[in-house]
Design a protein around this ligand. Sequence first.
Ligand code: NAI
Ligand code: 3IO
Length: 353
Amino acid sequence: MQLFETVREMGHEQILYCHGKNPDIRAIIAIHDTSLGPAMGATRLYPYVNEEAALKDALRLSRGMTYKAACANIPAGGGKAVIIANPEDKTDEMLRAYGRFVESLKGRFITGQDVNITPQDVRIIKQETNYVVGVEEKSGGPAPITALGVFLGIKAAVEFRWQTKNLEGMTVAVQGLGNVGKNLCRHLHEHGIKLIVADFSPEKTAEIKNLFGATVVEPDEIYSQNVDIFSPCAMGGIINSQTIPQLQAKIIAGAANNQLDNERLHGQRLVEKDILYCPDYVINAGGIINVYNEMIGYEEDTAFKQVNNIYDTLLAIFDIAQQQSITTNDASKRLADERIMKARISKNQLIAA
Ligand SMILES: NC(=O)C1=CN([C@@H]2O[C@H](COP(=O)(O)OP(=O)(O)OC[C@H]3O[C@@H](n4cnc5c(N)ncnc54)[C@H](O)[C@@H]3O)[C@@H](O)[C@H]2O)C=CC1
Ligand SMILES: O=C(O)C(=O)Cc1c[nH]c2ccccc12
């Protein structure tokens, strides 16, 4: 087993394997980089097919958080935690045991609510540690602001691609109508955009159909729709060798984390197909912006200004990608790497690579 090979390649600082005997708990906390500040990233609970899949998710998501905070100009580093469990088997004892592991890191890692973790679960974790954010909901939770950021990202992409600020009459396919997808649909509808939507939940699709006149399609039909924009707001890995050939959209702009199954390969395929990709960790930064601002004392103006920056940051990234003939994903990584490097230099932490 080459334990350090992957982390060296991906640049992680620390991986914590949390194992509790009573209650039985398996969780992985991945700290990618703390150059800009404490590692921030929400905790996901998921019945991973195996431990390797869980580790892979934690490693990729935590690295994404580093880039996300850096591109959003938030003084935080990147981390993420995954608890390997079935949502039905979740217990308060398990969450509290997990909270004690978070506490053991003494603030190097700050976490909150992600997939299969509810605000109530976060309150249970908080019984054991103060290093959790997003529970007070002073701001109404991160999803609405994430949706706003995605909407602004769509505007930036449309402007870059078609030199227009007018979205009226365009069609967007939205995959996933959860907390983010639903709020995004509202923004799009209010701007005269036609919606084609999919979700596993018939209640959710019916609601969006009634509220915004959306056309509902089966989950596996969402990729091939004749639309201007595809907006993945469900899970990761959905831009892959099976789905890319189906895509008719000219822009991909959505909230899901880790959208590209293989960043290099599929990022390049999108360029070849002339599809403009909004890097996930740039366009979905609304969540981290929101929780960071809650942590330092929520001021609506500051939070909204930072979310509005997503628009300008994306335009800058599209320009860099075009000028340097690189993928938009690589362009955003360069921007993040520059900011991280600067922080390391100013902290005198630059070690020879
Ligand atoms: N909530 C937030 O502030 C942020 C969320 N994200 C990411 O955005 C995505 C959506 O987040 P939320 O809306 O909060 O999650 P959610 O759990 O509320 O909603 C996800 C929805 O997607 C649906 N879904 C799952 N697989 C699907 C598929 N294959 N086809 C169609 N629908 C499918 C589910 O039924 C559910 O309705 C997630 O990937 C999350 O990690 C990223 C940054 C911040
Ligand atoms: O953008 C992501 O993937 C996040 O994890 C953002 C986020 C939501 N709630 C949080 C609580 C603590 C740290 C980050 C987050």
